[in-house]
Design a protein around this ligand. Structure first.
Ligand SMILES: [Zn+2]
Length: 117
């Protein structure tokens, strides 16, 4: 419950739906959006309605068959993958930073030992 304040609110999530459908969310936004969508039933419903209107109608106009649930699942799966890559990437940067700091400390230590000796 204490993490509640950090969680994205439905209003914010709903505003991001068109961006999600158009693939215009940044990785950070996408991560927050997906976290909310995974656990918020009403926003998932809102997403599927807007997805149907945006993607479904275009698809039908173009004469293609359209399976809402499958198309939506695919879009969500794709988003999950992107969030995962983003997290790995961010973790990689964090590890590199740690290695960088460790290298600087080691160099400083060697320098001090050198002067001390
Ligand atoms: Zn919500």
């Amino acid at each position: 419950m204490k993490k509640h304040k950090e969680k994205m609110q439905c209003i914010q999530a709903t505003k991001m739906i068109p961006g999600f459908i158009d693939g215009e969310l940044s990785y950070k936004e996408l991560e927050q959006f997906m976290e909310h969508i995974e656990e918020c039933e009403s926003c998932r419903e809102e997403l599927s309605i807007q997805f149907l209107v945006e993607v479904g109608l275009n698809s039908l106009e173009a004469g293609n068959t359209f399976d809402l649930q499958e198309e939506l699942n695919e879009a969500l799966e794709e988003a999950r993958k992107r969030v995962k890559i983003y997290r790995v990437f961010r973790q990689g940067i964090f590890i590199l930073e740690c290695i960088g700091i460790a290298a600087v400390l080691l160099a400083a230590l060697l320098l001090i030992l050198n002067f001390a000796g």
